[in-house]
Write a protein that binds this ligand. Structure first.
Ligand code: ADP
Ligand code: MG
Length: 669
């Protein structure tokens, strides 16, 4: 017999094709999916609250006889039904109602309703309560807390509740590690279960799920240990030449990380290493050392960047660093002509090009490498899940170095990247000056421009970042084109140019080159410059509407300045008034330049979806664990998972069986 979890949802009473389709929208195909579709909150409908004791804002169950039912013609027509219980009165207001509904709500009938109490024009009211009328004595209220589910159009809470009520009747496996009793309790709390107990149950389940996830990561790690790839031991001392040609000394952190990466590359087991380093910490050069090591063996490196601007910049840097060592570097982006692409592909296929820098164009099927030994992915958080997978599967499983400037809090790293080795560059190159960050209201724009004029006159360059290119629908937001016009006229004598994502690649490259060379003084840009752009002479950045951006994004943007030895400034030009949350967020950016601290705060203020991009949290596919709430459980989950593997393999297997049945078959515990 198939296990209950794997049976189709249509096995449940009342689920026909139409309902099945709606359930599918919630990701519910099998009974197990419904079991994991947990309530988002609970309501207390176990107790009738007397009408004289209602408080605004609370959601309560009430009962009373209809005293009056009338149409009200305020700003919108509505049906108002006043009920009374002898001590108090309450209005039930409906903006949408059928004739049958109106007729049913007739004077004298007994109504039981559930909803939130709000202040109304003539006293307290409930708007669109859930209600039922009774002509005889009503049954006692339902004991226990009532679950409220996330749902979709055309699927009522009541219908979902009737479905989840059926779950308790199925034959769920029991035993150590079995989560079913806990899951059923979350769907149908008993009369004595308090919210605190429900929360504790949920936390216990989250710990189970995180533990199961850790077990999967462990498994992936050990299966990778059995794979083989091209080992890249020390060969021709080209790394030393690279070091001599750099023109700067590596920081201690960079030296340490280069060593970690090169040691991994020496193994025949493919490397899978995450390199975390704050903006400007100097990750690119680490990639260069790795590519040089591969080149010493005549093996190829693919370096993938998320934008064409960044790919081109890497191409320029890598060419400057590696060409003197006799290593041929090529660029491949979607923006190149078909002919140029074909030419480059031919060089890659022939193995003449040892380093191929590009965008995701590098991973099209038409590109085949002669001897690919190393994949480097820059700004990994900017790529989708698919691309990450495609990279893993390309060619003969090369070594992989994944670089990210999103400083992911440690607990999250442990959860997200448990199957990878992690290197951290936790030191900025010497001589970097702190960035003076100010939060300034838009009303002081003229002062900001005056300050900018002085800075430009001193010979520094600047960025002015706007959230949009041009959008008549969002008039309050700064748009790059208008802003550029405005700045051109208020800054005569300075070259002001524009960069945005909808320009052709050739034009973007031209604009960047002019800015890099110093010909352009002020670059007005959308957030396309968020990643990677490196112009050390640019020391002022103005960011418009920072209140609309994420902290991680602001931190990345600001990282475009403060790259030289000059003191830099960043002005957050906000649109007043600011809400309390926005104030707290901008203050975080103003007061800290530590990407890790900012990420922790961002996690606290907004949750991991925002921080990592929903795609990444989606990739994890946690059903219960919520990393914003449960990050503190991660260390426990790791300890517990390792202990189960070592001492209680049957329990580890049961956990996986419950949480990740698809992985169970492949796991050897
Ligand atoms: P990110 O980690 O943000 O990718 P980059 O690799 O772009 O940082 O480095 C930022 C700038 O710092 C570049 O101009 C780079 O050449 C320079 N740089 C990197 N390492 C050092 C160092 N050890 N000393 C001085 N400058 C460095
Ligand atoms: Mg970078």
């Amino acid at each position: 017999m198939t296990r209950p979890a794997e049976q189709p949802a249509t096995r449940l009473k009342g689920v026909g094709p139409a309902l099945a389709e709606r359930l599918e929208k919630l990701g519910i195909r099998q009974v197990g999916d419904l079991l994991l579709h947990l309530p988002i909150r609970y309501e207390d409908r176990s107790r009738l609250v007397p009408l004289a004791q209602l408080r605004v804002g609370s959601a309560v169950l009430v009962e009373g006889r209809i005293q009056q039912s009338r149409l009200s013609y305020g700003r919108r027509r509505s049906l108002v039904v006043v009920i009374g219980d002898g001590q108090g009165l309450l209005g039930l207001r409906f903006f949408h109602f059928s004739a049958a509904q109106q007729a049913g709500l007739s004077d004298g009938r007994l109504v039981r309703a559930f909803g939130e109490i709000r202040p109304g024009s003539g006293g307290l009211e409930m708007v669109h309560p859930e209600y039922r009328c009774f002509d005889s004595d009503p049954p006692p209220p339902e004991p226990g807390l009532t679950p409220v589910y996330g749902t979709t159009r055309g699927l009522t809470q009541e219908r979902l509740r009737r479905l989840t009520a059926q779950l308790a009747e199925l034959a769920w496996p029991q035993g150590p590690g079995s989560p079913y009793a806990d899951l059923l309790l979350l769907h149908r709390p008993g009369p004595t279960n308090s919210i605190a107990e429900i929360e504790a149950t949920r936390e216990r389940l989250a710990l189970d799920e995180l533990t199961a996830y850790h077990l999967i990561m462990r498994h992936r790690q050990s299966s990778r240990d059995r794979l083989r790839t091209i080992p890249l031991p020390r060969a021709r001392q080209l790394g030393r030449k690279l070091l001599e040609g750099l023109g700067f000394e590596l920081t201690g952190a960079q030296r340490r990380v280069v060593r970690e990466v090169l040691e991994d590359l020496e193994q025949s087991r493919p490397m899978l290493r995450l390199l975390q380093g704050d903006v400007g910490s100097g990750k690119t050069v680490i990639a260069a050392f790795a590519a040089v090591r591969a080149a010493e063996h005549g093996a190829q490196t693919a370096l993938m960047a998320p934008t064409e601007i960044l790919a081109e910049q890497h191409y320029v840097n890598f060419s400057a660093w590696l060409a003197p060592l006799g290593i041929r570097v090529v660029l491949l982006t979607g923006g190149m002509t078909a002919r140029a692409q074909a030419q480059t592909c031919a060089e890659i296929a022939a193995g003449e090009a040892l380093v191929a820098v590009g965008t995701h164009a590098l991973f099209q099927k038409s590109v085949s490498f002669a001897r690919l030994a190393l994949n480097i992915i820059d700004e990994q958080h900017r790529f989708g899940v698919h691309q990450r997978m495609a990279l893993r599967d390309k060619g003969s499983l090369p070594h992989q170095l994944i670089m990210t400037a999103t400083p992911i809090p440690r607990t999250l790293t442990m959860a997200l990247y448990a199957d990878m080795a992690v290197s951290v560059i936790d030191e900025l190159p010497r001589g970097r000056q702190p960035i003076d960050t100010r939060v300034v209201p838009e009303t002081r724009r003229d002062d900001v421009i005056a300050g900018l004029r002085q800075a430009l006159a001193r010979g520094t360059q600047a960025y002015w970042v706007c959230p949009l290119i041009e959008d008549p629908d969002q008039p309050g937001l700064a748009a790059a084109e208008t802003t550029m016009e405005m700045l051109r006229s208020s800054l005569p004598g300075f070259a002001v140019d524009l960069l945005h994502g909808r320009m052709t690649n050739a034009r973007k490259a031209e604009v960047m080159a002019a800015f890099k060379s110093g010909a352009t003084h002020l670059l007005v840009a959308t957030t396309v410059i968020e990643v990677g752009v490196d112009v050390p002479n640019a020391t002022v950045m103005v960011i418009e509407n920072p209140e609309r951006m994420g902290l991680a994004q602001l931190h990345q943007l600001r990282g475009r300045v403060g790259r030289g030895t000059e003191r830099s400034a960043c002005i957050l030009l906000y649109q007043p008034p600011l809400g309390a949350m926005a104030q707290a967020r901008l203050a975080t950016i103003r007061d800290s330049q530590d990407g890790f601290y900012i990420a922790e705060r961002d996690l606290e203020l907004r949750g991991p979806g925002e921080l990592l991009g929903t795609r990444q949290t989606g990739e994890l596919g946690f059903r219960i664990a919520d990393l914003a709430l449960h990050a503190h459980l991660v260390p426990d989950a790791i300890r517990r998972g390792d202990r189960l593997l070592a001492e209680h393999p049957a329990e580890a297997a049961a956990l996986l069986e419950a949480w990740a049945p698809a992985e169970t078959g492949t796991l050897t515990v």
